[in-house]
Design a protein around this ligand. Sequence first.
Ligand code: ADP
Length: 484
Amino acid sequence: MTKLNESPLFRQRAHIDGAWIDADSRATFAVCNPATGETVGHVPNMGGAETTRAIAAAEAALPAWRRSLAKDRSAILRRWFNLIVDAADDLALLMTTEQGKPLAEARGEVMYAASFVEWFAEEAKRTSGDVIPTNGQDRRLMVIRQPIGVCAAITPWNFPAAMITRKVAPAFAAGCTVVVKPAEQTPFTALALMALAEKAGFPKGVFNVVTGDPVAIGGVLTSSPVVRKLSFTGSTEVGRLLMGQCAPTVKKLSLELGGNAPFIVFDDADLDAAIEGAMASKYRNAGQTCVCANRLLVQSGIYDRFAERLAEAVKALSVGPGTQDGVNIGPLIDDSAVAKVESHIADALQKGARVLTGGRRHALGGSFFEPTVLADVTPAMRVAREETFGPVAPLFRFDTEEEVIHMANDTEFGLAAYFFSRDVGRIFRVAEELEYGMVGINTGLMSNEVSPFGGIKQSGLGREGSSYGIDEYLELKSICLAGI
Ligand code: ADP
């Protein structure tokens, strides 16, 4: 592993039209290491002018890229995939340094991010159309699938690599060009991916990364008539705002927004598997994922045993800087994340919940927080309605299947849900009744490149990954050839 400031992947400039550049104004902003509070480096603080240039570059690159052979785009994506895998250790260190997650998790994310590039390198060749049985003797009917055009991607800090590749890989595979705005907390991972893409041979202007002011950059990306599609992952609040901003130019949208995942444990569950699933689903990335279990709904007959076992497992977690060996829980991204976790816990305790373990800021200080388990949680508490986005497992109690389905669906969100049961009839009933885009049964982890990722209700629009994911970047064109 190369030291960070000696790594060729550590880029403190943005990338527009095939060149590494500073902001027009030479302004920069600092990126901070959440484990130490130290400055990792600086990136250009760009705004509307640079974004306009990036869009123009993507527009200029589009005609040749969209006409290129799928096989050639596939080969470039495959080279990018190989370069990402070869650089996995360096990328992981960069990610842990700016984002905080333990190094092993960061490496896992790099491989997950790479899997989308590999998958869409393959899918690039499979955007076939259709020939439709004709409706008249004098004509023939066809459907072709074409790239939508210039796309914008706005991505969050919790998965600094995968949220980018999950969007841009299908876009490139389809023949689209892209302007990416990474989260201000984690631009270095994005810029490192850009550096590897440059090496892989993407033509100039196909892949642009602008760093800086979210409101100014987002304003230009959403209002530009040249940009035909926005793919956003982040909060529901910002997603709603961007959806509104895209309305005047009627852009195609993919939105991966907030979740409020129920994690249901029925009396007949395999307790060991349920504990393992809860640990993976709740405490991964210190609870900062949109598919993290947000509410643990446990049936009365197993509640006490589950609570005791979970608290035991959580007490064994090691909290510390992500670069330290054996650490399972890194710092939260910043102080406002800690403040939200604290306020959810305070509200729950005030309304009658009990702390089984954790509950406070960690002795390490900064944005480290003790992994927490709360018992006797009720739907009247804030943790029931809002995404905590931190290492807190609130345990709710239920008696019947009907009751828990109602509790699980009683939210405006609909991203991921999990349940543990060994009753085959119940498994089908509950899987069908849960109003969620993704349902994990007897597992706490279900994201992969081959299954569609996405939510329903106010968790978003569209699907990423899988054979469906490329459709987000393609338009159908119906062709009617008459007079023959
Ligand atoms: P989080 O709460 O997880 O940081 P956000 O929705 O605030 O989620 O951020 C996700 C992404 O959206 C980031 O890249 C952020 O910079 C960007 N963002 C935040 N506010 C805006 C905005 N008003 N316009 C465009 N992008 C925004």
